[in-house]
Design a protein around this ligand. Structure first.
Ligand SMILES: Cc1ncc(COP(=O)(O)O)c(C=O)c1O
Length: 380
């Protein structure tokens, strides 16, 4: 007979830090059919036929084997694409994994007894608000100090004067910058990012998850500044969310350090095969980027014409402030019509809705539904 434990709850074994934090809440992935998904910035078009073929070809008895631990071929192909060496590249199980690894690699966990500013900086993860909502969660998980800094009105990057005034930490161990920004979609000039990277005495991750939809990429900055990391993903522009492949480009010393602490088999063989085949068929994707950008601009124009505020986007989503009803209400009413968008319940985002650009047909339905909801609201 099994002895009865005296323990009321195993919770006491969980570190207080973990017990008290909230986990990341991902966007809804509905099980029901017929839903228009404009909530998680996925690409509405499928991966290229060549990519699907490559995944099928890799699906055989080799699944019993471990994958290539260093994603060697993929790193070589990415190095060729970005005119660098494979030693400049690390592949992650989505860029999320690498963003998390960076906290362990560069940031000291918070200790109670740090009085000197320099030590505090070594425990600090800094980011603008609003930006990718994962950053504060990663800081909490690591037990780091969080330093948030508000973007300017219109979601622009502050000038140095503004940073000084707002107590920006120029020595922060790790600074995340989402560029173009999410959730606003605002794009940033490389020259402006360069100024920031130059004066920053700590690691800066330029999270370029949406760079393929933007006017500029800041890739060159990682080759100019050894403290700068470029983060990219195959999820958004390359229709591969499910395969979980992201990567960093950085100085080889940075890559070596990250490599030491990652899981040996962090990316699977099918994901590596899919990403490799993607790089062989970039023409297919570039055509889709153009279409998404065109649909994005058309949708923005129409929403503006009915009085919505729309931030000029350089991504595959738009950030809009509805006219005549609250963002949360529009979000709920669209949900009732099986159209999913993303609403963030934070001070800086509460009045706004983030809408991923879907196919033209999906956006037509979204616009028709939105207009109907707004009109209906007016008549009440
Ligand atoms: C700004 C930003 N960075 C990174 C990611 C994560 O992408 P991945 O699928 O590569 O983990 C996302 C996903 O939503 C994102 O919005």
């Amino acid at each position: 007979m099994r002895a009865k434990s005296k323990l009321k709850s195993p919770e006491i074994f969980i570190r207080p830090l973990i017990r008290n934090i909230k986990g990341y809440i991902p966007g809804e992935q509905p099980q029901e059919s017929g839903v228009i998904k404009l909530n998680t910035n996925e690409n509405p078009t499928p991966p290229s036929p060549k990519v699907l073929k490559a995944i099928k070809k890799a699906t055989d008895s080799r699944l019993r084997l471990y994958p290539n631990p260093n994603a060697k071929k993929l790193r070589q192909a990415l190095a060729k694409l970005h005119c660098c060496e494979p030693e400049n590249v690390i592949i992650g199980n989505g860029s999320d994994e690498l963003l998390a690894l960076a906290t362990r690699c560069f940031v000291e966990p918070r200790t109670a007894s740090t009085k000197i500013q320099k030590n505090i900086s070594k425990q600090t993860i800094q980011y603008f608000t609003p930006s990718y909502s994962l950053y504060p969660i990663l800081a909490n998980i690591h037990g780091a100090r969080k330093k948030e800094f508000k973007l300017t009105n219109g979601y622009g990057l502050p000038e140095k004067k503004g940073l000084n005034k707002g107590n920006w930490d120029f020595q922060a161990a790790l600074t995340y910058i989402t560029t173009p920004n999410a959730p606003s979609g605002a794009g940033y000039k490389t020259s402006k990012l360069a100024k920031l990277c130059k004066i920053q005495d700590g690691i800066v991750i330029l999270d370029e998850a949406y760079a393929d939809f933007a006017e500029e990429t800041a890739l060159e900055l990682t080759f100019r500044f050894p403290n700068v990391i470029i983060s990219r993903t195959f999820s958004k522009a390359y229709s591969l969310c499910s395969q979980r492949i992201g990567y960093f480009i950085a100085h080889p010393k940075i890559i070596t350090a990250l490599d030491k602490i990652r899981d040996s088999y962090n990316t699977n063989e099918l994901g590596q095969a899919a990403a490799l085949a993607t790089l062989d068929d970039l023409k297919y994707y570039k055509g889709h980027f153009k279409r998404i950008i065109k649909t994005r601009n058309q949708t923005s124009k129409i929403l503006k014409s009915i009085g919505f505020d729309v931030i000029q986007s350089q991504t595959n989503f738009i950030f809009v402030k509805p006219k005549g009803l609250r963002a949360k209400e529009l979000f709920t009413k669209l949900r009732e019509k099986k159209i999913l968008t993303r609403w963030f319940d934070t001070k800086s985002c509460r009045s706004w809705l983030r809408i991923t650009i879907g196919t033209e047909r999906e956006m037509d339905k979204f616009l028709l539904s939105t207009k109907a909801i707004v009109d209906n609201h007016k008549q009440r």
